[in-house]
Design a protein around this ligand. Structure first.
Ligand code: SF4
Length: 386
């Protein structure tokens, strides 16, 4: 990838040296913008692991410039997509994710109260509220290893009813086999979330009950079913920058980068193994999370990069930097699955101050069929009524 190796170290020197240095920096910045504007869309294979590492190493302002330039090439820079997340089955999850309050493995220390499946009418009522407040996508999460056979009619019904409200649908239900992914695709599910969380190397420090390859298998099943893929990470679990680089590289090794990439900042929860460790040893700098967002934006230029967990603890300025880095989606509402979120009124105020507007769900493409003209033999396409 051109341009990344030409960074000059800042140094003290004579005025002539300084002028030369400024010229060099200006040339470099111009090359960054030029590279960015000429970057082919939808092509991610051009970034090797070494390229990704060099992006992480860029001076922050150069990285932000490049990320923002690429962002502007692919999206309206002042528009954000807003999703609402609802837990439809909380707690007592059989998996042992070290950061999660919902894991049954940590329930003695987190004291999280498990709940049964939420009734369908309650989910629909929450979806209506989400739509009324400007969300374009409604995400439903269940603390399962995978949906059981008896859960499938329930989740299929939810997809159909939420879509009937005119909302995009997303689910995160654990692992999916091919048949389950097909059932959800047939119901019209728009997105399925399944995070890789971190690098393959660091993963064993995070989860032991589900393998990295099982995660990739689920993502492949989702991709093959035609559902859009949502897959992200959690920054600040004690992983190294190398792990963050490897996580981005994993996204690029997929046949197609996920359409949606949540970049979570760990919310350390007391009573979870990772939360307790981070609370004792200190949290990662927010700027490293912003770097991760910027690198994800550059490497996956047409994906939505989502601010997820961790936002409630951030200042307006830190969130503004995250949008500058190319984030263009966030969760709306006062609660994520079990952790707090930035308040909705606070989000509205921040969006006004930043001049951001809400992106509404893209209307479904009208169905078209090819029709041959009986006289001329020319083919044309006819739009069918819905
Ligand atoms: S992150 Fe998901 S799979 Fe892991 S313990 Fe929590 S609810 Fe279960």
């Amino acid at each position: 990838m051109a341009g990344l190796l030409s960074i000059s170290e800042p140094h003290a020197g004579s005025p002539t040296d300084m002028n030369n240095q400024n010229d060099t920096n200006n040339d470099f910045l111009a090359s960054l913008v030029s590279d960015a504007t000429q970057a082919p869309k939808n092509v991610t294979e051009q970034y090797t692991r070494e390229d990704i590492a060099q992006l992480f190493d860029l001076p922050l302002m150069d990285l932000l410039l490049r990320a923002q330039t690429i962002h502007r090439e692919n999206f309206n820079p002042n528009e954000v997509q807003i999703s609402t997340l609802l837990s439809i089955k909380t707690g007592n999850c059989p998996e042992d994710c070290g950061y999660c309050s919902q894991s049954g493995h940590h329930r003695d220390t987190t004291k999280l109260q498990a709940e049964k499946r939420l009734e369908i009418d309650k989910v629909i009522a929450a979806a209506k509220r989400a739509k009324a407040t400007g969300s374009s996508r409604f995400c439903m999460g269940a603390a399962w290893k995978h949906p059981s056979a008896k859960d499938m009619p329930y989740v299929v019904e939810l997809v159909k009813e939420v879509k009937a409200l005119g909302l995009e649908t997303c689910m995160t239900l654990g692992m999916l086999d091919t048949d389950q992914a097909t059932q959800l695709a047939d119901a019209g599910l728009d997105y399925y979330n399944h995070n890789l969380d971190t690098s393959r190397r660091y993963y064993e420090q995070v989860v032991s009950t589900r393998s990295y390859d099982e995660r990739l298998d689920t993502l492949a099943n989702v991709r093959n079913s035609g559902i859009n893929v949502c897959s992200g990470n959690i920054v600040g679990m004690g992983e190294s920058r190398d792990d963050r680089i490897d996580w981005v590289h994993e996204l690029l090794k997929m046949p197609k980068a996920p359409e949606s990439i949540p970049v979570n900042l760990l919310v350390p929860i007391a009573g979870t193994p990772i939360g307790d460790k981070v609370l004792a040893e200190g949290q990662l700098s927010v700027l490293e999370w912003i770097r991760t967002i910027a690198v994800a934006r550059i490497c996956c230029p047409t994906s939505y990069v989502r601010l997820s967990a961790g936002r409630e603890s951030l200042s307006d300025s830190e969130q503004a930097l995250a949008f500058m880095a190319g984030a263009n989606s966030f969760f709306y509402g006062d609660k994520l699955l079990t952790t707090g979120n930035a308040s909705q009124s606070g989000d509205d105020r921040l969006m006004r101050e930043l001049g951001l507007t809400k992106q509404f769900a893209a209307p479904r493409a009208p169905k078209q069929v090819p029709v041959l003209d009986a006289m001329s033999g020319h083919q044309s396409r006819v739009v069918l009524a819905e």
